[in-house]
Design a protein around this ligand. Structure first.
Ligand SMILES: *[C@@H]1O[C@H](CO)[C@@H](O)[C@H](O)[C@H]1NC(C)=O
Ligand SMILES: *[C@@H]1O[C@H](CO)[C@@H](O)[C@H](O)[C@H]1NC(C)=O
Ligand SMILES: *[C@@H]1O[C@H](CO)[C@@H](O)[C@H](O)[C@H]1NC(C)=O
Ligand SMILES: *[C@@H]1O[C@H](CO)[C@@H](O)[C@H](O)[C@H]1NC(C)=O
Ligand SMILES: *[C@@H]1O[C@H](CO)[C@@H](O)[C@H](O)[C@H]1NC(C)=O
Ligand SMILES: *[C@@H]1O[C@H](CO)[C@@H](O)[C@H](O)[C@H]1NC(C)=O
Ligand SMILES: *[C@@H]1O[C@H](CO)[C@@H](O)[C@H](O)[C@H]1NC(C)=O
Ligand SMILES: *[C@@H]1O[C@H](CO)[C@@H](O)[C@H](O)[C@H]1NC(C)=O
Ligand SMILES: *[C@@H]1O[C@H](CO)[C@@H](O)[C@H](O)[C@H]1NC(C)=O
Ligand SMILES: *[C@@H]1O[C@H](CO)[C@@H](O)[C@H](O)[C@H]1NC(C)=O
Ligand SMILES: *[C@@H]1O[C@H](CO)[C@@H](O)[C@H](O)[C@H]1NC(C)=O
Ligand SMILES: *[C@@H]1O[C@H](CO)[C@@H](O)[C@H](O)[C@H]1NC(C)=O
Length: 741
């Protein structure tokens, strides 16, 4: 999905503060029993019969206990006339909410002729019927986040009272529109969102949009819009007083800029991320005087001329991240209202000028992933009274502050990955008591973690201290008191000790690999009675290369979203529990249990692991035959390692069905019989196929306390190291040779 979700969230967030709202006078049918109009009640009952309601969303509709349809879920009746004027069946798009209505929108909805408000968003309705155009009193129509396919019916043009229309993000379907002719009639429209509608054929969309006299908010993100379109010269009068324009994730190039100048007095928010803009922001831009948010990330801009922007006195947010801008960090200090400056992932070089400190109002400074070098001292940062987000990651910067320095800011997000901070644990961090995200991975700390660190924040959502040489024992209390929500925790590649924590939160990522943690991990099943302390959303669990021991508990069925599970190189013993493969979310992709003391046969429950790509159970004391179902039920296996166990019997012929297999190692077992001829084919495959395999895992993340989004993480790195580790198998054993009889 091209990483749209973060963008999407931003849009949703903006809606809350800037979205057009429809005000209509109604309440929840408060006028006592039976205020509901019988014909409308009938229409609602028929509507219910017409949709597929697998999750009993509409259980209150038509129930014996409640006759008054004005009191049914989602219904709003007019105070005065008792007519049904609002139908709100929006489901939650938040993670974990799986309830939705599906099927078609039934024509019985036409019995509700007084509807002004219709929200069926976040369901799985599959059609946008033309009869919706007959609900002519509608002011608000929201069909976003459904599964609608097809062309938008021109009858929508009859909804002349509409002030808000949202047809966006029908990801499960394909909406397209060849010309947008129907739009012309919607003269009351203030808010229009058609993001993810395929408008590749609607070359004249700018004209259509420009004719809407009331339009304030326009979202056309991910609409396949491309150049050229019939670019009406910018001296044509604009009739839309557009405030907000989102054209991100399209194929627009710099020829779009002149078209924007017609909104030079009105436009406040402009989103053009992920397009094909090149060169620099043109001079004409200096007339966009109302602009406060300018988002041009993920384009191919190469230069930034500060003078172009200096007239933009209202500019608060400037995002030029992920472009190709080179040279020194531009001096934008004349933009005195700037609160957010995003310049990450460009080609900025040189050292950071002290003038950066002139941004007194700056709240977010992101200069990560550039080629900046030199030393950052307190004089760069001592004017940042309001800064809460600092990202200097992935440059060649050293941070040298005097130990007694007390920064003026209280950061929420601290990202300093691969900056030079060590070897001593940075003392100034002591003043940052409320961070929720801290990334100090690979910063060269060779030190014992100071005691004050454990008492800093109690709102931690992201913590990454990996790849340092940090020593010390993690206090048990810390894990169970300092994290909130769905934290992601990476302490890997240090010298930390302690036992597996019991959380008071629900971590998504827990990576403690390559440390000195020890003891049993049965605490992972203990929930201390709180639903939020359940490991329910754990997707990545890596405890490899530690000193853990004991038998595995059997509660993995609670962890529906497990994607990567790595307990390799510990002292675990006992049988492999049945529940290990219970991931229902996106399916377990990677299972590493090698180099422990597991005994017994392979659990039959592994057959449910059909997404599995890497299965490594080598160097244990597993026994029995190599089951034939491995081949038939795990068709996606890329790596199958079972060496140095006590397996016996023949090699099942069925292994030849594993057409994706690249690494097969059955050596050092008690396997007899002949090598199936077909196995020769694997050597061929392994030689011809790319050695670079990626495994995409989808997991849930949390960007703030309340919002969630899906993203995908590429764990190539993991596989690359994995491959490096196993190069020796290619070399010394080879694939077929690895079947050591
Ligand atoms: C609905 O009626 C009640 C009194 O019956 C009144 O107080 C309230 O303001 C009305 N609400 C609207 C939105 O008209
Ligand atoms: C439509 O519904 C979605 C959620 O289902 C919401 O995010 C969006 O803001 C709504 N659109 C409008 C115009 O209110
Ligand atoms: C749309 O409006 C026109 C006239 O205003 C009417 O003739 C037509 O039947 C309407 N279409 C629908 C689908 O309601
Ligand atoms: C959009 O529509 C065009 C023309 O119909 C088609 O070629 C293109 O593949 C569609 N894009 C997507 C993402 O479906
Ligand atoms: C632009 O507006 C002016 C004044 O309202 C009007 O005289 C002129 O004809 C308009 N131009 C166009 C091309 O519509
Ligand atoms: C934008 O793309 C169109 C069509 O490919 C092309 O004609 C035009 O020259 C491009 N403009 C710029 C500034 O690259
Ligand atoms: C906006 O652009 C028009 C031409 O399109 C120009 O005449 C006008 O001066 C500009 N307004 C500002 C504030 O620059
Ligand atoms: C950066 O921009 C390129 C296109 O210019 C895009 O393909 C890539 O996904 C973007 N990366 C990020 C992290 O947004
Ligand atoms: C970015 O623009 C430069 C020239 O300005 C060009 O050489 C390069 O290929 C472009 N990169 C992409 C990804 O379009
Ligand atoms: C920064 O990059 C520019 C152009 O890419 C180059 O000319 C300049 O020498 C570089 N400066 C430093 C300090 O590396
Ligand atoms: C290997 O298997 C044979 C029977 O298949 C058995 O007799 C022998 O004891 C086994 N060897 C080991 C080391 O388990
Ligand atoms: C092995 O490869 C050869 C040649 O590519 C092919 O003819 C044969 O059918 C393959 N055998 C199996 C079992 O896939």
């Amino acid at each position: 999905m091209r990483g749209c979700y973060a963008e999407l969230l931003l849009v949703l967030g903006l809606l809350c503060t800037h979205g057009a709202t429809v005000v209509f006078g109604l309440n929840l049918g408060g006028s006592g029993r039976g205020s509901c109009i019988e014909e409308e009640r009938q229409a609602l009952v028929e509507f219910k019969q017409g949709v597929q309601d697998d999750f009993h969303v509409l259980s209150s509709w038509g129930s014996q206990e409640e006759e008054d349809c004005c009191k049914w879920k989602g219904i709003k009746c007019s105070n005065r006339t008792s007519h049904v004027v609002g139908l709100d069946l929006r489901q939650s798009i938040f993670f974990g909410a799986f309830e939705f209505l599906s099927g078609e929108i039934s024509s019985s909805i036409l019995g509700l002729q007084h509807l002004t408000y219709l929200d069926l968003s976040s369901n799985k309705f599959s059609t946008l019927p033309k009869f919706i155009g007959s609900l002519t009193k509608l002011q608000y129509l929201n069909l976003s986040f459904n599964a609608i396919s097809g062309t938008i019916p021109w009858q929508l043009g009859n909804l002349t009272r509409l002030t808000s229309l949202d047809l966006s993000w029908n990801y499960y379907g394909v909406i397209e529109d060849p010309n947008l002719d129907w739009l012309f009639h919607l003269s009351s429209l203030r808010y229009l969102d058609m993001s993810h509608v395929n408008l590749s054929k609607a070359v004249n969309w700018p004209d259509k949009v420009n004719m809407l006299p009331s339009l304030l908010y326009l979202h056309l993100s991910d609409c396949e819009l491309s150049m050229p379109f019939s670019l009406v010269p910018s001296n044509v009068n604009s009739s839309s007083p557009l405030l907000f324009l989102d054209l991100s994730h399209n194929h627009l190039n710099s020829s779009i800029f002149p078209w924007l100048y017609r909104y030079n007095n009105s436009l406040v928010h402009l989103y053009l991320a992920s397009n094909k803009l090149q060169g620099s922001i043109p001079k004409g831009f200096e007339n966009m005087v109302a602009l406060s948010h300018l988002i041009l990330s993920s384009n191919n801009l190469t230069r930034l001329i500060p003078q172009t922007l200096e007239n933009l006195h209202s500019l608060q947010v400037l995002d030029l991240s992920n472009n190709s801008i080179s040279g020194e960090v531009p001096d934008l200090s004349k933009l005195s209202f700037l609160t957010e400056l995003h310049l990450s992932n460009n080609r900025l070089n040189g050292s950071l000028a002290k003038s950066i400190g002139k941004f007194y109002k700056l709240q977010i400074l992101d200069l990560s992933s550039n080629s900046l070098e030199g030393v950052i001292t307190e004089s760069h940062l001592s004017n940042f009274f309001t800064l809460h987000h600092l990202d200097l990651s992935s440059n060649s910067l050293s941070l040298k502050f005097s130990p007694a320095w007390v920064p003026p800011f209280h950061l929420d997000t601290i990202r300093l990955r691969s900056c030079k901070l060590g070897p001593v644990f940075p003392e100034w961090l002591r003043t940052q008591k409320n961070f929720s995200r801290l990334d100090m991975s690979d910063v060269g700390i060779i030190d014992t973690i100071p005691n004050w660190f454990w008492g800093l924040s109690s709102n931690i959502m992201i913590l990454n201290l990996s790849r340092n040489q940090i020593t010390g024992t993690v206090p048990l209390q810390w894990f169970s008191t300092r994290f909130i929500g769905y934290p992601q925790i990476d302490l890997s590649y240090n010298r930390l000790s302690g036992t597996l924590p019991r959380f008071n939160s629900d971590p998504i990522v827990l990576n403690l690999s390559n440390n000195l943690f020890q003891g049993s991990i049965t605490s992972i099943c203990e929930t201390n009675g709180s639903v939020n302390a359940s490991y329910k959303h754990l997707s990545f669990l890596d405890l490899s290369d530690n000193l853990f021991s004991g038998e595995l508990p059997n509660c993995w069925g609670n962890m529906m979203f497990m994607s990567l599970f790595n307990l390799a190189n510990n002292n675990f013993s006992g049988r492999i529990p049945d529940s290990i493969c219970s991931s229902k979310g996106y399916g377990l992709q990677t299972l590493h249990l090698q180099n422990n003391n597991f005994i017994g046969e392979l659990p039959k429950s592994l057959v449910t692991c059909s997404s599995l790509k890497v299965l490594d159970l080598g160097e244990n004391r597993l026994s029995g035959r190599i089951p034939t179902w491995i081949a038939t039920t795990l068709p996606n296996l890329i790596v199958l390692r079972l060496p140095s166990n006590l397996f016996m019997g023949r090699i099942p012929l069925q292994l030849c069905h594993l057409t994706s297999l690249q690494i097969l190692d059955l050596s050092h077992n008690n396997i007899t019989g002949t090598i199936p001829k077909c196995l020769n084919n694997f050597t061929l495959m392994a030689q011809t196929r790319s050695s670079y395999v990626s495994i995409l895992s989808t997991y849930v993340s949390s960007s703030s306390g309340t919002s969630f989004f899906f993203t995908s993480t590429n764990i190539d790195n993991l596989l690359v190291t994995f491959k490096e580790k196993y190069v020796k198998y290619h070399k010394t054993l080879g694939l077929v040779k690895a079947i050591d009889l």
